[in-house]
Design a protein around this ligand. Structure first.
Ligand code: F6R
Length: 607
């Protein structure tokens, strides 16, 4: 995880390097925010500052301390090895602080490498610090050479940036299964874990490929391959406009993003369907669904939940055998993939290390990959054979909301696209499309129930333990809904297929446990009712979410929220929006840091 930023430019404006680094780190905070630090060269010495907590706290510290001016590197951390502390914050140094490194990734063989140093020079609990000592040991005047020698010893994933007091005009960078972008400006050079941190600058940008290194100075960047051969790397102009982020009057980005969903769903639909042919259309896809015999969906967290729902849609609408796999597990199963398997990798950020590793494994086995992603210029968009964008706009809140519903609607469109190329009739396609086009309105109707949802959220916020139950499409929906509650309210919320309760989990049911029942699927509603009866008999309060006009659940519900009705296949979208609101209002009661909850990061760049 973690975000790296670096800058070298003219030294006339003394505060420019740190100002730009702080600005860049703020844009990278989605990658982790438990500590931040900066190091550069001042009067021939490494000057550094580190702070526990968010970048804003580092900014305050820099107002009171010396600011580096020469080549400068900076870092925002999500702790992997070692607690979030000032000591463990990056940059890390060699013994006499002649060099500083910032690192994103994990050094898997760090312990063995540390054991090579007899005198125990280590001051931190991190895996990263050893890199500084390895470079220092290899250094004899040529920083690039020393970094190359050190990097050859490392196992794991890493992007690195290194500055040395003897080289005030250069930053050495390298990338190994972790992203690193270099931006060339007018007599200045930037580096970052993500090109979006360059927003607002007019730069020519290149992305280092796996194994590449670069020597960056103000006016020249030289990229090398892993054997040290100089490359002629193309630098491209990216259209990265600086957006002014605003909560638009909402208390949190999460609430703003929940309320944006009628619009983001509409954006996902725009231009992607034909009423006349009752089908979806994707300009970005040019292949025949006839050849696809199996669909494998890969993703993590919320994106995996979307994948579970997508797999059901592909099977039910397009009759293509489909599965969704958790990307971090998939790689280690020696998966069976042939040329008729289509892989869909879902990732809001396009930078999730587990998903990228799974994509590489699938490609190594010959699969074609569609990347479904929200962020342009991300690693997933570069590595996929085809890219379908989610068009949800920037999601700032760490807890994903609008990206999830955009994933669902895009998967539903894709399922329709495949179904119509196979055996779905035009009339059935038109009927499904009509329901899809109705979703923005249905979600607007859900948002109109905010007050009622807030009221039940306040009531249920006194519980410590929750079961989220659903059947059919409502089961993955309950997985996602329970994840929202866990993430932002820190309460224990477990999702179960309602029919599984009697096979064990029902032992936990009782008055101290709240059950949230997602009753949005018609096909299984009677079965759902029986499962809830079993819960009611054991005295758990039951908060039911059901379709307007449905009276079946009145007998079991302690509280009930009615939502607009829609076909079973698409009910997950309005229900998810209602459950996002529920989690949000519980978290408001709990007074948590809703947009940046503890221990989390928006982009999970370590495996
Ligand atoms: C939950 C959440 C995470 C992400 C997961 C994958 O609200 O945001 O579970 O869904 O880390 O991230 P992406 O979609 O960027 O690959």
């Amino acid at each position: 995880m973690c975000g790296i930023f670096g800058y070298i430019g003219p030294s006339a404006d003394k505060a420019r390097a740190s100002r730009l680094c702080l600005d860049g780190l703020k844009k990278l905070e989605y990658r982790g925010y438990d500590s931040a630090g900066i190091a550069g060269i001042l009067d021939g010495k490494i000057q550094s500052s580190k702070q526990v907590g968010k970048v804003a706290l580092l900014e305050e510290l820099l107002e009171r301390s010396k600011v580096p001016t020469g080549a400068t590197v900076a870092h925002t951390r999500w702790a992997t090895h070692g607690a979030p502390s000032t000591g463990n914050a990056h940059p890390h140094f060699d013994t006499d602080k002649s060099l500083a490194i910032v690192h994103n990734g994990i050094i898997e063989n760090f312990q063995g490498l540390k054991n090579q140093f007899q005198n125990g020079p280590f001051k931190t609990d991190t895996d990263s610090e050893v890199i500084a000592h390895l470079i220092s040991r290899a250094y004899s005047g040529d920083l690039l050479k020393a970094v190359k020698e050190a990097v050859e010893l490392l196992e794991g994933s890493f992007a690195l940036a290194v500055v040395h007091q003897d080289h005030p005009d250069e930053i050495i960078v390298c990338a190994h299964e972790s992203p690193l972008a270099i931006g060339k400006g007018d007599d200045e050079c930037f580096i970052a874990s993500d090109a979006h941190a360059f927003k607002g600058q007019n730069l020519q940008v290149a992305f280092l490929s796996h194994g590449e290194m670069a020597r960056c100075s103000r006016d020249h960047v030289q990229v090398f391959n892993s054997r040290g051969k100089a490359l002629d790397k193309p630098f491209l102009s990216l259209n990265l406009k600086d957006e002014i982020l605003s909560k638009n009057g909402f208390d949190h980005y999460m609430l703003k993003e929940i309320h944006e969903q009628p619009q983001t769903l509409q954006q996902a639909l725009d231009g992607r369907y034909s009423d006349e042919f009752g089908t979806a259309q994707f300009e970005e896809l040019k292949f025949s669904a006839q050849k696809v015999k199996r669909i494998l969906i890969l993703g993590c967290g919320t994106s995996w939940h979307a994948g579970l729902l997508g797999a059901s849609l592909f099977e039910s609408l397009a009759r293509i055998s489909s599965q969704a796999e958790i990307a971090s597990e998939f790689r280690y199963t020696n998966p069976i993939i042939d040329q008729h398997t289509l892989v869909i990798a879902i990732s809001q950020s396009g930078e999730t290390a587990d998903t990228l590793a799974a994509v590489r494994e699938a490609k190594a086995k010959g699969a074609k990959v569609i990347g479904m992603c929200n962020v342009s210029h991300s690693t997933l968009t570069r590595e996929s054979d085809h890219v379908v964008f989610l068009r949800a706009g920037q999601e700032v809140s760490v807890c994903s909301t609008k990206a999830f519903t955009s994933q669902l609607i895009t998967l539903a469109l894709l399922a329709l696209y495949f179904a119509r190329q196979r055996h779905m009739s035009k009339e059935d396609g038109q009927a499904f499309l009509a329901q899809l086009k109705n979703l923005p309105l249905k979600v607007r109707q859900v948002l109109a129930h905010s007050k009622a949802i807030e009221k039940v959220a306040i009531k249920y916020s006194s519980f410590e333990d929750f079961f989220y139950l659903g059947r059919q499409y409502m089961y993955p929906t309950s997985l996602e809904a329970s994840l929202k509650l866990k993430e932002i309210s820190y309460l224990n919320a477990i999702a179960y297929p309602a029919g599984e309760m009697k096979h064990g989990p029902i032992a936990l049911v009782g008055p101290a446990l709240a059950v949230v029942a997602l009753c949005g699927n018609q096909q299984t509603k009677e079965k759902m009712l029986s499962n809830l009866m079993e819960v009611k008999a054991r005295s758990s309060p039951i908060l039911v979410f059901a379709s307007e006009g449905e009276t079946l659940f009145d007998a079991v519900a302690t509280d009930i929220i009615y939502l607009p009705s829609i076909c079973d296949e698409l009910a997950s979208i309005p229900y998810s929006v209602a459950l996002q609101l529920f989690a949000y209002f519980v978290a408001v009661e709990k007074k948590t840091d809703i947009d940046q909850p503890r221990n989390l990061a928006k982009s999970v760049t370590v495996e």
